[in-house]
Design a protein around this ligand. Structure first.
Ligand code: GDP
Length: 298
């Protein structure tokens, strides 16, 4: 698990350095609690989660002696409390099949890689998986998805470059239904520069999907790059409005000290967190284990 969440190493180091000098007094008093709260905010957990954790610490321990180790254990417990309610794996439950999973996010967030990683996780559970290249505007995106599809051995439905994403999705659902696919994972355009256009495109995809299966899309998974810190959170607001997000995957938790945004996202939005990306390789998508993550962060 150390290697697993080597990912959060820098986040944890940032919190440690922000906590330096906090426990000057042996007893947990207001000044110490202020310092703890500041350290949490500086570590990207956000004012609201920081206040909540402070409140819980005060409620349980105010005036009691506390060592740094005890303080960190207590913080880990409160962080876990925030994370537990949102930890939800992306289960394949749709009936009839296929379960249609739209994957959205800005370009560069790790969307394509995450799609391949998700497909790989489903394969490991013996589900039949198909991909659809719904981002028809970037030839590179289609090519990259094809490379992943070939590498892991799943079919990819793609249209002409510049073609209609909704018609690619239509073809994919028909093909997936005909071939008994369990999970259809759909890449979509990540152009937030033009919100209107993206919104139109996604609603057209929804309309087409709805005609084939009123339940589809079953999931709308937003991929967020943790290295974007507060900006990643701002994207939740926009994509919720544009796309009706049902869950999150946060990527690049390996190279960043800003992993605290994961806690902030959980506290502020309460959206399910399905998995986390901790590297570039196919098996670097981990199930979201709230207790483990909390322990590693704190
Ligand atoms: P897209 O433009 O959103 O489809 O992004 P890509 O999937 O192409 O990813 C952009 C870059 O981020 C690539 O170099 C990926 O290898 C890298 N990447 C994706 N997820 C992770 C992750 O969890 N950790 C790290 N370190 N890199 C990642």
């Amino acid at each position: 698990s150390q290697r697993l969440f080597g990912g959060f190493r820098k986040t944890s180091e940032r919190l440690s350095s922000n906590l330096t000098g906090v426990v000057g007094t042996a007893k947990l008093d207001d000044a110490t609690l202020d310092d703890v709260e500041d350290a949490l905010i500086m570590s990207d957990l956000g004012p609201s989660a920081a206040a909540r954790i402070r409140g819980k610490l005060a409620e349980k321990r105010f005036g009691l002696e506390i060592t740094m180790d005890e303080l960190r254990l207590a913080m880990a417990e409160e962080i876990a409390e925030i994370l537990r309610p949102v930890a939800k794996p992306l289960d394949i439950v749709a009936f009839p099949r296929p379960q249609v999973i739209l994957v959205i996010g800005v370009n560069g967030s790790g969307k394509t890689t995450t799609i391949a990683k998700l497909a790989h996780l489903f394969q490991e559970d013996d589900y039949g998986v198909m991909l659809a290249a719904g981002d028809t505007f970037r030839a590179a995106a289609i090519g990259q998805l094809q490379t992943w599809a070939d590498r892991i051995g799943v079919p990819l439905i793609r249209g002409a470059e510049g073609g209609d994403p909704a018609s690619v999705v239509f073809d994919a659902v028909k093909e997936a239904t005909a071939t008994g696919i369990d999970a259809l994972v759909v890449d979509t355009a990540g152009r937030l520069q033009n919100k209107r256009e993206l919104m139109d495109e996604l609603s057209k995809i929804r309309k087409v999907l709805g005609r084939l299966n009123p339940e589809a899309p079953h999931d709308v998974v937003l991929v967020l790059d943790a290295t974007n810190g507060q900006n990643a959170l701002a994207q939740i607001d926009v994509f919720r409005e544009v796309a009706g997000v049902t869950g999150l995957v946060m990527t690049k938790l390996d190279g960043t000290a800003r992993g605290g945004v994961l806690v902030q996202a959980a506290e502020q939005y309460g959206l399910p967190i399905h998995a986390i990306g901790v590297g570039e390789k196919i098996d670097d998508l981990r199930p979201f284990d709230p207790d483990l993550v909390a322990r590693v962060i704190a």
